[in-house]
Design a protein around this ligand. Structure first.
Ligand code: F3S
Length: 414
């Protein structure tokens, strides 16, 4: 790779061993992808996982004196203070959280503990070059903002934050951002939840190509967040276009950068319905409700608050969100409404953390296929449905399909 004088100095150890290690890793990645040179980044987001390997890596860099030139935001870990009021936390798990927090602070990260940095606190502009890890973040910044990031790992994003540069390859290059397949959506797409299903089903149909969605009208931020999270979890798709919505897809021609559309696929309501029944656990009694994968927005939490106002939840309900959103919920009174009904808003926490052991082996309800996907290995099972339905299920302690609900209400009317 052709390196600038400053990059060569980093590689030679002029800025200390930590920066040197980070630059060595960056160069190795660049060579693996045939990158000709490095480009400066303006933002980074590190998908801190709070697991032992993650901790080993950041502590090693800290011990070598590394410090971030670009201060990254970070993914959630778990809020041990808040979770301790709900359940017992293993001393070993609490120690890892504290050490991870200390190491990332020392290296210069901003401890946002949020998996939706693109909605608050780390919001890029069009064409900015970034190093973002986190499966919902990379598609959002690439697709919705027209910023440029590869699908970074937590480690490569941290190295980019330390060196301030990233190898020039992949989605940083204009020509690699063009749409590869036209996806005609012939489904109703009435709720944000439909975008979760669309995100999950699309890679199953098209593989790992950049989809250009046609016929999607005015999706909300939450819908776009859901779409990207599932595209990049159900598959490996860190970028998409929506004709007339995302900045690089004003028209179909623009989305394909003037090239002929060679492949088209149609996704129907039947595809989404089938995906839904494949993903979800069987209906019936549920023991808890868990939302916020990715972290719920203020508007989504308002939906929950409106539904549970003056009611009492039959099963525990947990909402994961960012600390600023939790604070806003308190200011708006949503937090108090949810707590009065028996629910909780938990800040800075991810569902893929050891603080949820008390839910292992139980069946819950969620609106997030990503949540259900990750927690399978932790022996948790989920009925997956729209946020509103899931909250209603938590109020009743059970959930059945529409036909069952109708037959119950008819028998009650007889
Ligand atoms: Fe966020 Fe953890 Fe889900 S980082 S998107 S809550 S897997």
């Amino acid at each position: 790779m052709k390196l600038t004088e400053e990059e060569q100095a980093m590689l030679a150890g002029k800025y200390g061993q930590g920066t040197q290690t980070a630059m060595k890793i960056q160069v190795a990645i660049g060579e693996a992808f045939d990158a000709p040179y490095m480009v400066p980044i303006t933002r980074a987001h590190v998908a801190l996982s709070n697991q032992e390997a993650d901790l080993w890596f950041v502590e090693k860099l800290v011990s070598q004196g590394a410090h971030c030139r670009i201060r990254p935001t970070v993914n959630p870990s778990f809020n041990w203070k808040q979770m301790k009021k709900i359940t017992s936390i293993d001393a070993k798990d609490e120690a890892i959280v504290k050490r991870t927090d200390a190491a990332y602070k020392k290296i210069g990260a901003i401890m946002t503990y949020d998996c939706t940095p693109y909605l608050q606190l780390n919001v890029p502009r069009v064409n900015e070059v970034l190093a973002y890890s986190e499966s919902s973040a990379t598609p959002f910044v690439n697709s919705v903002y027209g910023a440029r990031s590869n699908r970074e790992s937590a480690q490569s994003a941290l190295c980019a934050a330390i060196t301030g540069v990233t190898p020039y390859y992949g989605f940083l290059k204009e020509e690699n951002r063009q749409g590869e397949i036209l996806v005609n959506v012939q489904a109703e797409m009435k709720t944000d939840f439909d975008y979760q299903l669309l995100g999950y089903v699309t890679p199953k149909k098209i593989g790992y190509k950049i989809p250009v969605f046609n016929n999607l009208v005015n999706p909300s931020n939450a819908a776009l967040m859901n779409l990207g999270a599932q595209l990049n979890t159900g598959g490996n798709v860190p970028m998409y276009h929506i004709v007339g919505v995302t900045p690089e897809a004003e028209t179909i021609t623009a989305a394909f950068q003037g090239h002929e559309v060679k492949e088209t696929v149609t996704i129907t309501q039947a595809d989404l319905d089938e995906m839904r029944s494949d993903l979800t656990a069987p209906y019936g009694k549920i023991e808890f409700a868990l939302f916020g994968c990715p972290h719920l927005t203020l508007d989504q939490i308002k939906i929950v608050a409106d539904l549970v106002e003056n009611q009492h939840l039959k099963v525990p309900l947990f909402i994961m969100s960012s600390a600023p959103t939790q604070q806003l919920c308190q200011d708006m009174g949503y937090l108090q409404t949810i707590e009065a009904a028996g629910g909780e808003i938990i800040s800075n926490t991810c569902m893929d953390q050891p603080c949820w052991k008390f839910l292992y082996g139980k069946k819950g309800v969620t609106d997030s296929p990503k949540c259900a996907y990750y927690t399978k290995r932790r022996n948790m099972e989920f009925v997956i449905t729209e946020l509103e339905n899931a909250v209603k299920a938590a109020l009743k302690g059970e959930i059945y399909d529409e036909n069952h609900e109708k037959s119950v209400s008819m028998s009650q009317n007889i």
